[in-house]
Design a protein around this ligand. Sequence first.
Ligand code: NI
Length: 288
Amino acid sequence: METTSANPTTREPKVLTRQQVEAFARNGYHFPVRAFSAEQALGYRAKLEGVERQLGTALMKTNIKNKPHLLLTWADELVRHPAILDAIEDILGPNLLCWSSSLFIKDARDPSYISWHQDSTYWGLSHPDVVTAWVALSHSTQANGCMRVDPGTHLMEQLPHKDTFAADNLLTRGQEVQVEVDEQRVVDIVLQPGEFSLHHVRIVHGSEPNGSDERRIGFAVRYVPTYLKQLAGPRDSAMLVRGVDNYHHFDMEPRPRADMDPDAVEMHRKVTEEAARILYRGTDRGPQ
Ligand code: NI
């Protein structure tokens, strides 16, 4: 991978302060930022749980958990929420693609966890200029398994990871970073409903199981500037959410016209199959 080419110091930030942009460059994360009110978060949660009732199954048991913004109008609304895009623009500049999104839901007393890892490991992207907005649709706390980061680790190069395919690990390959994480340094990303955090694609992060009686609902949205390329597959796709794309490195994904619109369902199937080929490359596994 090449070194970062996004230069945050040349522009006047929109929502973050200059100090916060600099702190992100130093620490690899920033939180909390408010996207919308707790009431609006509850509204999004109600829509999400409405889909689960309709389908008769938890979204985490379906492929809808990956890139739901291609299928559900409220998820599309979330990935292009101005408050989120303003913060992302402060770090990555004005021309932005939503490269992917994932729901990370842990039910009450859910043993699911996420091992320590760098997101960059299997994503195949040409530059480490990738920022994830992790949007809380419920409280996210130590008790219910919030995300945790090891500050400053994004400044290290790509570290070796080991695939475990462990049953309760929410990552595609159960990948674990092969370095010791110092618990003394670890920061818990505690968020209120409607707040989000930002994290760098190379920061070492993970999360514990949900030991509480509260369902924890997070929506992770990955943004890239238009100049990035997919290096691990023939072609990748993304959605332009702000500015212009003069590079055309990604096939453009259309917005859903209606929830579970048949054309969108077919496109989502193809896109997530292609993404799985990239994420599982070099193994004999696939999505469960
Ligand atoms: Ni991650």
